[in-house]
Design a binder for this molecule. Structure first.
Ligand SMILES: [Zn+2]
Length: 64
């Protein structure tokens, strides 16, 4: 897991991006303290929070 800072797409302030590797795929959460926006991306493509949780749950469940 690694942290970087990026510009928030919503308000333009600095936001934190947390990257996780899930089964060889990059899952990135961007969190903005300023406007309380959270966005997720899987393999560079934007996804919904529900999709992100499904990905983590499904892939983690396969790991023994
Ligand atoms: Zn923001």
């Amino acid at each position: 897991m690694s942290h970087t800072t990026e510009r928030c797409a919503t308000c333009g302030q600095e936001a934190v991006a947390i990257a996780m590797h899930v089964d060889g795929t990059d899952l990135v959460m961007r969190s903005c303290d300023n406007c309380d926006t959270r966005t997720w991306a899987l393999g560079g493509a934007p996804i919904e929070l529900d999709t992100a949780l499904d990905e983590v749950g499904l892939r983690a469940g396969r790991r023994r």
